[in-house]
Design a protein around this ligand. Structure first.
Ligand SMILES: C[S@@+](CC[C@H](N)C(=O)[O-])C[C@H]1O[C@@H](n2cnc3c(N)ncnc32)[C@H](O)[C@@H]1O
Ligand code: SF4
Length: 386
């Protein structure tokens, strides 16, 4: 039986499923916008979706909001303002709430970021991917180097508390030097946060059917190490496999995911995870994926495409799968707080991991070791339920 004394922090994820054009590597729930965007209908749907979930979390405050996609910055500042006003009227925002919006440099015009900021967005995350015109072209991006730099400059000056740049490495025909140049250009734009993802070829993408030539594993490793030490030299502290931040600028929303916190998910295909104190259980749920289907169903129960209650084994494994991505691991007491079970539930696997030198374990904290990070999949396998 689970035993939750207190509930974990609660975040809100809002999905915006449209983009100007679908990138050939992307397997997110994002769809090329073929007709005019009916902003009003989608914002109404989001509000209606949220309203039906309110009884599930009465009395709990929201610690962070993340508007992701897709491309939320396709929406006008007026629509985002209306959405945030509706959220404020229905939810209790934590005083230091972090509110992030993802933006694509190809959807930015001067003044727009300032208006998003005035509406209440306090953190921006820009999908740069690369600063090389040649690489951007091979990634099918709708913007070039100039627009990418311009977007970061506008974000810098728009009044946000902080902003993030997303970069990818391991790009078609990319050299180590080119990957480092992208990092250096990014750092010169002074973002407080940088996400550095290895390009992965996902099933059901154009690249899966027509794979580009990408660097081999040895080169990828060298590339990642070179970029990481360059970032470290400039005080960007790596706190997760792909996430780097200046001190105290870690993304609170993603940290809550990685610490197995709770989150509501509204919008097409959005996932949620909630701890229910009265029933002492954890559930996951997900909304219908296709944007038009979601619009049709948002006002009814049928907006929920599926849900499940986690078993003790699922909850323990999912916790480990998330927290071991963090360089600093987790405080041992967090296991009881967020999984509702004693740490002894995973003691056998933890001992095996310690024997193999994959974790450091003291009374207060458990963290992955350097080898543990390098062989993360092997480490996580130890926690897979029998
Ligand atoms: C949902 S996208 C949001 C940003 C925005 N849609 C854009 O692309 O400008 C989040 C980030 O995931 C990363 N990403 C997407 N597909 C990826 C892939 N196949 N491999 C690695 N990173 C990927 C990109 O860096 C992207 O900016
Ligand atoms: S713009 Fe972003 S979300 Fe849209 S297709 Fe490209 S990577 Fe995916």
């Amino acid at each position: 039986m689970f035993n939750f004394a207190n509930l974990p922090p609660l975040s809100l994820y809002i999905h915006f499923p449209w983009c100007v054009q679908k990138c050939p590597y992307c397997d997110f729930n994002s769809h090329e916008l073929k007709n005019t965007l009916n902003e009003k209908a989608y914002i109404d749907a989001l509000i209606s979706d949220l309203e039906q979930e309110l009884p599930l979390f009465w009395g709990r405050s929201i610690s962070s909001i993340f508007m992701g996609g897709g491309t939320p910055s396709l929406f006008s500042p007026e629509s985002i303002d209306r959405l945030l006003s509706a959220l404020r009227a229905r939810l209790t925002f934590a005083p230091d709430i972090e509110i992030t919006m993802e933006a694509n440099p190809g959807t930015v015009e001067p003044g727009k970021f300032n208006e998003f900021n005035a509406a209440g967005i306090n953190r921006l995350s820009i999908g740069i991917q690369s600063f090389s015109d040649e690489k951007l072209k091979s990634l099918g991006r709708i913007h070039g180097r100039k627009q990418a730099i311009r977007a970061a400059e506008l974000a810098h000056d728009a009044g946000f508390n902080s902003f993030n740049l997303d970069l990818m490495y391991g790009l078609p025909n990319q050299s180590i030097q080119q990957a480092i140049e992208d990092i250096e250009t990014a750092m010169a734009l002074e973002p407080e946060h940088l996400s550095h993802y290895q390009l992965t070829i996902e099933p059901n993408t154009f690249f899966h059917h027509q794979p580009p030539v990408t660097p081999d594993d040895d080169m990828l490793w060298e590339m990642q190490q070179a970029c990481q030490s360059n970032l470290a030299k400039h005080d960007y502290i790596q706190y997760e496999i792909s996430a780097y931040a200046k001190e105290s600028y870690q993304c609170q929303h993603n940290l809550n995911y990685w610490q197995f916190g709770d989150y509501l998910g509204i919008g097409a295909g959005a996932h949620g995870k909630l701890t229910h104190a009265p029933e002492q259980k954890i559930t996951r749920s997900w909304k219908v994926k296709q944007p038009q289907d979601y619009l049709n169903k948002a006002a009814t129960e049928t907006r929920i495409s599926g849900q499940k209650t986690l078993s003790r084994e699922d909850a323990s494994f999912e916790f480990m799968m998330n927290v071991l991505r963090l360089n600093n691991g987790f405080a041992t007491e967090l296991f009881q707080q967020h999984v509702g079970l004693p740490i002894s539930t995973v003691e056998k696997a933890l001992k095996q991991a310690e024997d193999k030198g994959w974790i450091h374990w003291d009374i207060k904290r458990i963290k992955p070791s350097e080898t543990g990070k390098q062989f993360l999949n092997d480490l996580l396998e130890l926690f897979i339920p029998d």
